[in-house]
Design a protein around this ligand. Structure first.
Ligand SMILES: [Zn+2]
Length: 392
């Protein structure tokens, strides 16, 4: 299908105190793409990005289903169509780079961009806001034990920069600030879709993590209900509230700030600390001082400081092992659930690496993968000491 001159979706607008212009368009297969521009000219609207995607694309496969694991109480998504997704293309065929003369059109039709977000062509979850959101659960093979239903949700890709060889840590603070604005915008937009129970923005960085595209990018997953880690936390937080009346994550932050031993960075509005029971060989959490459920609830000064401290944390991760130039990491934003028990949640970032020494990966072997019992080969205090030592 070829769409000529697809109209821009939502009107361009300014969001937040930092000046960003958001421009929406429809991609050739109907997916949504949003430019978040902070460059002069694009902010005031005198310059505009390309909003026509003239590629001939087949429809997006959105056939994912979920099955309920009765032994753990967790859902498992089955997305067999993802087997066909783009795998480690050469740099001159990168689908996340801007579309420029002499190379095939990529996902972004503009010849340059600041930050861009679009729906994943190979989504694990899809159909939020549509009829699938209310589709009833059925039983596999007619057995009551095996509940199955469409994997409703939405998966978006966020490109942090048009520069294929950059990283979030190498961007100017103002561009990281635009990334924060895009995360907040998407958190609010996806939370408003029927069938969404949790919005999880994250970045996988490095081949060791299994990244299939080298271009600096992250993802934003909207799950149909709180995913297992959040669901487990909500149970813990409910028990904590019943026992003490407090918010578990707020009380953890207060305790870390009182103890100070694992605090690696303290701003006016944010504190980063290594959790007392860190399970990864390199792990750090970042939490706002104010109780906020998600990125969309951050005010302007909190977003401003976040851009500074988030970039600083990522820079420290890259300096963690002197022999390793770019640390493979996973950085994910844990946000409050969209519906029930929202008041138990509290925004925080978890960033960690699977690298336990310059050339050794932490494998999740028998104890971790089989029994779910974690063994860390270092101590959280040592991780914190190192993250303080490599401060800018
Ligand atoms: Zn690229």
């Amino acid at each position: 299908m070829t769409v000529e001159g697809a109209p821009p979706g939502a009107a361009a607008e300014l969001v937040g105190g930092h000046r960003v212009r958001r421009t929406s368009m429809a991609m050739a297969d109907g997916r949504e793409l949003l430019y978040f521009d902070d460059s002069p000219g694009y902010v005031d609207g005198t310059a505009t990005r390309e909003t026509r995607d003239t590629r001939d694309l087949p429809p997006v496969a959105t056939t994912s289903t979920m099955r309920f694991d009765v032994l753990t109480g967790e859902w498992v998504a089955l997305a067999a169509h993802r087997m066909d997704r783009t795998f480690k293309p050469p740099a001159d065929l990168c689908p996340l780079c801007p579309t420029r003369p002499g190379r095939p059109a990529g996902e972004v039709p503009a010849d340059d961009y600041d930050v861009v977000v679009f729906e994943n062509r190979f989504p694990s979850y899809a159909g939020a806001g549509g009829p699938a959101a209310t589709a009833p659960a059925t039983h596999l093979d007619g057995e009551e034990l095996w509940v199955t239903r469409p994997a409703v949700g939405r998966c978006e890709v966020i490109c942090f920069t048009a520069d294929h060889d950059a990283s979030v840590a190498s961007l100017p603070v103002s561009r990281v600030r635009t990334v924060v604005e895009a995360w907040a915008d998407r958190t609010a937009a996806l939370s408003a879709l029927a069938g969404v129970g949790q919005v999880f923005p994250f970045e996988n960085r490095g081949e060791e993590i299994g990244v299939t595209l080298q271009h600096p990018h992250g993802q934003i997953y909207a799950y149909p209900e709180p995913a297992p880690r959040l669901a487990q936390y909500l149970g813990r937080a409910a028990a904590h509230r019943a026992a003490t009346g407090g918010n578990l994550l707020a009380d953890v932050l207060a305790a870390e700030r009182r103890a100070g031993t694992r605090v690696v960075l303290a701003g006016e509005r944010w504190t980063a600390y290594v959790p007392a029971a860190a399970r990864w060989p390199v792990e750090v959490h970042l939490a706002p001082h104010r109780d906020v459920p998600d990125l969309a609830a951050l005010d302007g000064p909190e977003r401003d400081e976040l851009a500074v401290v988030y970039r600083e944390l990522l820079r420290r991760l890259d300096r963690y092992f002197p022999e390793v130039e770019t640390l493979p990491y996973i950085a994910g934003w844990h946000q409050a659930p969209v519906g029930a028990e929202r008041d138990l949640g509290r925004l925080h970032l978890q960033a960690f690496s699977i690298l336990r020494s310059p050339n050794k990966l932490k494998y999740l072997a028998g104890s971790e993968s089989g029994a779910g019992a974690w063994v860390n080969d270092t101590t959280p205090e040592r991780i914190a000491e190192r993250l303080r030592a490599v401060a800018s």
